[in-house]
Design a binder for this molecule. Structure first.
Ligand code: EPU
Length: 337
């Protein structure tokens, strides 16, 4: 194993922030991972996956372990379904494409989400009416201090909206090494209820959609709204959509009758943070080398050489303004470091 001192993390975070790791190791095998944890677990460690959900506001004063374990295999199958094990370092979207090639259904709505397999359960990735938990069976993770492997079932993971036990109680204690998902081989359960997908399929004049059609529709929608990190640095939605009581929402509606919402329960609704940020006047605003995306206000962008601190300051200004105008707190989805 090679440990590089003072390594740049710029190529490894989708925001494209130029920050350094005190030291860095590219992990390609379970053997290397176990050995390095055995030797180094008492030192400060930082675990890096696809780097698609983080904002680096300073250098990382730790040994960065870049989890690049690769491999996809069918664990078991019946006539109707298949269980697939994918290693943590597999790129999420490449995995979706692999599943489509084999006609395995269930994650087509999650096409083009940046990031890797190993970090998908941490924030229970979701889009267009589907979340990872809908197809998740289990994941294997290594205990950082004792190096023993543990299997986490779906219920062990405590999945919620962009939440899991790995972000909460177990934060920093385990590294996810592989994930098992259950997908359909036929009679795919298509999720086309999300308005944007319906419209896109309609525009393409598709009546009996296949999982490939849905993936194509999602890719088209995402490409029209979300910036490609290879061109403009970003971490997808910077904030979570706030969940508020129906009373708070009614108060909002008295001033803004057009406020959108999705029902969560009898007494709670989710409000698109993108709408609040747009109403607050930030959509498309550019400050020097950073700003708010012009097609989706939930996404903060780095046009080139912004620092993590610049983007954090903008995020805080947005949070303060939204609180002042609407009395609603919006929380970051992205991990601020
Ligand atoms: N909206 C605005 N202005 C904006 C953006 C959104 O008014 O600039 C309002 C509109 O009413 C729109 C509604 O918000 O109809 C919903 O917008 P969109 O469909 O783009 O979804 P979102 O709620 O803003 C969430 C996820 C996205 C995911 C989409 C589609 C969160 C934090 N974000 O965004 O996830 O792709 O739904 O399912 O839940 C991500 O996590 O990185 C991500 C991109």
């Amino acid at each position: 194993m090679t440990i590089i001192n003072n390594a740049s993390l710029k190529p490894f975070n989708t925001f494209g922030i130029d920050a350094n790791a005190q030291s860095y190791c590219d992990i390609r095998s379970m053997e290397t991972l176990k050995n390095i944890l055995r030797e180094q677990h008492s030192k400060p460690l930082f675990f890096l996956g696809g780097g698609s959900n983080m904002l680096l506001t300073k250098d990382i004063e730790a040994l960065v372990l870049h989890i690049n374990l690769k491999g996809i295999e069918v664990v078991s199958e019946t006539d109707d379904s298949v269980i697939i094990k994918a290693m943590a370092g597999e790129n999420w979207h490449n995995f979706v494409l692999w599943c489509l090639k084999h006609n395995y259904g269930g994650i087509e709505n999650l096409s083009l989400i940046p990031g890797n397999m190993g970090t998908a359960p941490i924030q229970n990735i979701g889009a267009y009416g589907v979340e990872l938990k809908d197809v998740f069976v289990s994941c294997e993770a290594i205990n950082v201090n004792h190096q023993n492997l543990k299997i986490f079932s779906k219920s062990d993971c405590n999945f919620g909206y962009r939440e899991s036990i790995f972000k909460q109680d177990l934060k920093g204690n385990y590294i996810i090494t592989s994930v098992n998902l259950k997908l359909t081989k036929n009679n795919h359960k298509l999720r086309v209820d999300y308005g944007a997908i319906k419209n896109e399929l309609h525009a393409l004049q598709i009546v009996n959609a296949t999982i490939q059609d849905i993936s194509n529709a999602v890719i088209a929608i995402r490409q029209s709204k979300l910036p490609d990190p290879k061109e403009i640095g970003n971490s997808g939605s910077f904030f979570k959509n706030p969940i508020v009581s129906t009373e708070v929402f009614k108060t909002l509606q008295t001033n803004f009758s057009d406020a959108p919402s999705y029902a969560i329960s009898a007494d709670e609704v989710k409000i698109p943070a993108g709408w609040l940020i747009e109403k607050a006047g930030f959509k498309g605003k550019r400050f020097k080398d950073y700003g708010v995306h012009d097609k989706q206000a939930l996404v903060l962008v780095n046009y080139g050489n912004a620092s993590g601190k610049d983007i954090l300051e903008l995020a805080q200004l947005i949070q303060k303004t939204v609180k002042r105008l609407f009395n609603i707190k919006i929380e970051t989805e992205v991990n601020i470091l």
